[in-house]
Design a binder for this molecule. Structure first.
Ligand code: NIG
Ligand code: FE
Length: 409
């Protein structure tokens, strides 16, 4: 018989269950279990209830601090934490008036990181991922998506994805790998962007399959990256081969979200430039709208229209976009809280965006809520009132994190 462990008592448990996947959420809809506990076994949740109701079923009790709130572990559905080098210079240039695209055109930007990433060994990249993932874990993130996209050749993209796979063996979190070979057309590729994409889909995709390196294909649809027209056959091949699709869409100009919806992407991410038309399109689709407030904070630009997306009926996930260029901070909770302030999001909407709605953006239905049978991924905060969590805008740090039922922080 497997041991049943009762964790608690918590002043409040927010299981995030019973809420719709799409649309606006009021805080009144949030289930809050006062004096709660979480009963777990073999890495899964058995039951959430009051501590006293669960006590008779428990073989063991793990006590927590006096005032604590428990939530499902956070899911960060969009990061680029596999990279070499730093772009502190880009940041300074931007803050003295240069635009992201100007810096990219003058030798900085994504290409600079590509060169530094190519110089790094797989081992060095893996160690970098592990260090960054550990910081995310301390901040409550128990599932973390990680993209390639700074390799931009078959060999270098494989190196990045192998580094992500290797890092996964050493991190407490689950790392979900994504291939972003379609990040920008590489400056050293001899041929058109079409030809580059063709090489990636014909040569890289089969190897990703064979080596089981990823199930997800991403593309950056933007001026200076790939146009909607250029990306279509790439996404078509990816989808025919059974990959899940996600798109960097509408960051500076529109076009990407329509492509995302057309190719039934799991998510369209960024959306800072989305207008009423794109909002409607996303709301009517199954494509999850992922806001990346970290990129707005890093670039000093507008936030994605999160309020309008929710009111139109879209599913809104929130992710950190942690990367060396546009989003160097890498603090999901701080960024989600700040997005909430600027976009007038309820606590329920912010917390849903980094738990079950973010899990859905990775097609993971086994986490993001504390319900029987779901993963025992928990984050606990040293407060008696869940409202403190977003209110402190990332400054209230978790006092405990469980991954698959094991205490890892
Ligand atoms: O999501 N927008 C494109 N890609 C990344 C930025 C990557 C970089 O600047 O290095 C993003 O913001
Ligand atoms: Fe990104």
């Amino acid at each position: 018989m497997s041991t049943k462990l009762l964790i608690g008592p918590f002043t409040q448990v927010l299981p995030m269950s019973g809420l719709p996947l799409k649309g606006a959420l009021k805080d009144e809809a949030l289930a809050v279990v006062e004096n709660g506990g979480v009963l777990i076994s073999e890495g899964q949740v058995l039951k959430v209830d009051t501590f006293t109701n669960l006590l008779p079923d428990a073989d063991k009790v793990q006590q927590v601090e006096k005032d604590a709130v428990c939530l499902p572990g956070f899911v960060d559905a969009h990061t680029h934490i596999c990279f070499g080098g730093s772009r502190a210079r880009d940041y300074a240039l931007r803050n003295s008036g240069k635009t992201y695209l100007e810096i990219a055109r003058s030798g900085g930007g994504i290409w600079d990181t590509v060169l530094n990433t190519r110089r790094a060994t797989e081992d060095t990249l893996a160690r970098g991922i592990v260090l960054r993932a550990e910081k995310h874990l301390q901040l409550g993130v128990t599932t973390l998506e990680v993209k390639s996209g700074y390799g931009l050749s078959v060999e270098e993209e494989l190196k990045m994805l192998s580094a992500i796979k290797r890092a996964h063996l050493e991190t407490a979190q689950d790392l979900v790998p994504t291939c972003l070979a379609a990040h920008i057309p590489p400056k050293d590729f001899k041929g058109s962007p079409d030809l580059y994409l063709q090489e990636m889909s014909q040569t890289l995709f089969p190897q990703l399959r064979a080596e089981k390196l990823t199930q997800r294909i991403d593309a950056f649809v933007e001026e200076g990256a790939f146009s909607p027209k250029e990306i279509e056959s790439y996404l078509n091949t990816a989808s025919q081969m059974g990959f899940d699709i996600t798109v960097h869409a509408d960051q500076f100009s529109t076009g990407g979200s329509a492509i995302a919806v057309k190719y039934k992407a799991v998510s369209a991410d960024h959306l800072e430039a989305s207008t009423a038309k794109e909002i409607e399109l996303l709301a009517r689709s199954h494509t999850i709208a992922t806001a990346l407030p970290g990129a707005s904070i890093g670039l000093g630009s507008d936030f994605a229209p999160a309020r309008k997306l929710l009111d139109a009926g879209a599913c809104l996930a929130i992710a950190s976009d942690h990367n060396p260029g546009s989003a160097p901070m890498g603090h999901l909770l701080a960024q989600a809280s700040i997005l909430g302030t600027f976009q007038k999001l309820s606590n329920a909407e912010v917390l849903a965006g980094i738990t079950f709605r973010a899990a859905a953006a990775l097609k993971l239905d086994d986490r993001g809520v504390l319900e029987p049978g779901k993963k025992a991924d928990l984050v606990i905060f040293p407060t008696g009132n869940y409202q403190e969590i977003t209110y402190q805008q990332g400054q209230l740090h978790p006092c405990g994190v469980w991954k698959n039922g094991l205490k890892v922080v």
